[in-house]
Design a protein around this ligand. Structure first.
Ligand SMILES: Nc1ncnc2c1ncn2[C@@H]1O[C@H](COP(=O)(O)OP(=O)(O)OP(=O)(O)O)[C@@H](O)[C@H]1O
Ligand SMILES: [Mg+2]
Length: 374
């Protein structure tokens, strides 16, 4: 297959539009010999963060994803795993994998972090090193400093001592010094959500997208909103109902989403910005263990699919939920770190240092109990 690689020169790190056609003004200019039936302005590719969309401008010979002819003047998402080739008329054009992975994946690495509030130490030498495609759980008793740690990592608070880096292409970027550069890569879900209760989920997500991507067409916004919510487990009738429910809140007296829906709505607000790092403060609090596990399963799927770096604080996860995390950071009062390593090694580690055994119990419960005795 012939590869039209010219779009490689179009800055691959940002969002862009590539116009394809025979006109000299197109980004990719192809001749009638190269692509029989090519229109002056045939099709346009658009990338928003890591998502790629295509639109046919009503060309006679058409634009095809495999054998599906795109309706004219309609944005269609190109999903990397879901297609073999894109054709203009009968001619396949190579679509470079890089177009789907416009932004290099990023990890998080810190040195030992120290932080105090009015002289009280709330982060005492905690460090973290998280790779793309992995999920890290932060656990520990209430008030031990989990939320503070997330605030230090996401750049909201600056440690007294210690540095937080985003690792991108083996280059370390200091989160606090270069916050403007890293900000759009970091998605942060606070413990208490800040959604506007009077809006419907759809309105709220739509405003969010409008503010972030000012030039996005309504059609693509709609697509991203629906796709994101589908990824969060809403399908068809449930999706419609969810999108058109008012968010509500107990403080405002407006009845709205249920607890589980609210968490997912909250998560959707983060995910539509397409972050590379997900920092989640209690994404499952207040949910039943079944709903909590659903959320963590979804997070795991997204983390692996998009190679995200996900770090979440979590309270009393069930055994299944706990085991979905790759790494565990266990904290104790005073912002102390008592364990940091593979989740599946944690129980063994504490069994050996406490000379106890955890037979069939929920490992998370066992670990928190051990912490109380340390
Ligand atoms: N703004 C603040 N002013 C004073 N102390 C604070 C402030 N924020 C947090 N703290 C204290 O810092 C410590 C760590 O708080 P943090 O919110 O990180 O705990 P946590 O582990 O997230 O707890 P939880 O599980 O309840 O969410 C607590 O002792 C808390 O009282
Ligand atoms: Mg907290």
């Amino acid at each position: 297959m012939k590869k039209f690689g010219k779009y490689k020169s179009v800055g691959l790190n940002g969002d862009f539009e590539i116009l394809i056609g025979s006109s000299q003004t197109c980004t990719i200019c192809l001749t009638e010999t190269e692509v029989p039936g090519i229109a002056k302005k045939h099709a346009v590719l658009k990338r928003i963060r890591d998502r790629l969309f295509i639109q046919d401008f009503g060309s006679k010979s058409g634009t095809f994803i495999d054998n599906y002819r795109l309706p004219k003047n309609n944005w269609e998402e190109i999903v990397q795993q879901g297609f073999k080739e894109i054709k203009l008329g009968n001619t396949p054009i190579g679509i470079d994998d890089q177009l789907f992975r416009g932004r290099p994946r990023i990890g998080i690495k810190t040195t030992d972090l120290y932080y105090d509030i009015s002289g009280k130490i709330v982060c005492n030498g905690v460090y973290i090193k998280a790779k793309p495609g992995t999920m890290t759980a932060i656990m520990g008793p209430a008030g031990c400093g989990k939320s503070i740690l997330l605030d230090l990592i996401n750049g909201y608070r600056t440690p007294n001592t210690g540095e937080v880096y985003v690792i991108r292409d083996n280059i370390s970027i200091n989160v606090h010094q270069d916050y403007k550069i890293v900000r759009e890569w970091l998605g942060y879900l606070p413990q208490d959500d800040v959604m506007i209760p009077e809006l419907t989920v759809y309105q709220s997500l739509n405003y969010c997208l409008k503010l972030q991507f000012t030039k996005l067409s309504q059609q693509i916004r709609e697509y991203i909103i629906r796709q994101t919510c589908q990824n969060l487990g809403f399908e068809e009738a449930r999706l419609e109902k969810f999108l058109h429910t008012v968010i509500g809140s107990s403080e405002s007296g407006i009845r709205g989403l249920s607890g589980g829906e609210r968490k997912r709505a909250n998560l959707a607000h983060e995910l539509i910005s397409m972050p590379l790092v997900l920092l989640l403060d209690e994404p499952t609090s207040g949910l039943s263990s079944v709903d909590a596990d659903k959320i963590v399963r979804l997070l795991k799927k997204l983390t692996q699919l998009d190679d995200l770096t996900t770090i979440a604080t979590i309270h009393q996860p069930s055994k299944d939920t706990f085991e979905r995390f790759d790494d565990l950071l266990l904290m104790n009062y005073g912002g102390n770190m008592v364990y940091y390593g593979a989740t599946n090694q944690a129980v063994k580690y504490f069994e050996s240092i406490t000379k106890t055994t955890n037979t069939d119990r929920n490992p998370a419960e066992y670990l928190l109990e051990v912490l109380e005795r340390l």
